[in-house]
Write a protein that binds this ligand. Sequence first.
Ligand code: IPM
Ligand code: MG
Length: 356
Amino acid sequence: MTKKIVVLPGDGIGPEIVAEAVKVLKKLAEQGLDISFEHGLIGGAAYDETGVPLPNETLEMAKKADAILLGAVGGYKWESLDISVRPEKGLLGIRSELNLFANLRPAILYPQLADASTLKADVVAGLDLMIVRELTGGIYFGQPRGIRTLENGEKEGFNTLVYKESEISRIGKVAFDIAAKRQGRLCSVDKANVLESTELWRETMTSLSTNYPDIELSHMYVDNAAMQLVRAPKQFDVMVTTNMFGDILSDCASMLTGSIGMLPSASLDENSKGMYEPIHGSAPDIAGQNIANPLATILSAAMMLRYTLNEAEMADRVEQAVSKVLDQGLRTADIFSEGMKKVSTSEMGDAVLAAL
Ligand code: IPM
Ligand code: MG
């Protein structure tokens, strides 16, 4: 049966990079992949058209889809809007409405890019790390939240970090299962020395581990984890953590690989329906210039093939094509170094197509 892909380009460089990933998927469609595309609005682009960052029409389309390909949301233009209609709300809304609680963020260093990392090549060479971030709970969604005025007239901002056992164990299971298919090592990251909600996180991960005797579970405080990621990142196989810690640690991990422009992600629900997006933002400063790196989005399409469309072989081929264009010395500006050939967004996409 034809699989329905909803394409949500979003803002900034979103439309440019998504176009390249769609080109790749269309090429695979010519080779037998049975997919169809539908486009929708999200983020600032949706706000400008409809007054909300996540129109109902988009949400309904996404609910009916098999998978969603998203670019990025946000930009200077919308920064002064009320938080309830900011582009980011559209992204958080679709994650939450579709129950996409499991966010997989692999940080893999392509050997060709070892020199592009700000870390020494021997610290990052061979890096292959998977961050599993809880995506629909924690402080991003906890109630109560807001900004209130105290009796003395001073304003106070507040948010709530809250996790139910069931939320912790369902993300835990995803992470243990992923670790089982890899090197079998899972590091759960928390701040259990200070925050009760993550004390429960640690307890729940520990009791879950009795079901996974072959997985080596360790625990680490988030401050130490941030330090270890830049000190000796290869000690990690799979990391599992809360929504906010995962947001921060995955940006940190991305720089190990040379550029945030290289990292894809998958956000999955209980049935492996998924939304796929690069982990980088909308980069409004370079939007419309055809210089952004489309590889994270193309690699996100590869994750879609693997996790939702059950086309592992095609996913492998896309990943190999990316590796091949890097071998050819093609580099967008963010990963450019002396002696390489600088290419535009669309030239990079074309090169991946050719390598397919
Ligand atoms: C991410 C982004 C989002 C997040 C923003 C844009 C809301 O930083 O996907 O990592 O914080 O989750
Ligand atoms: Mg982030």
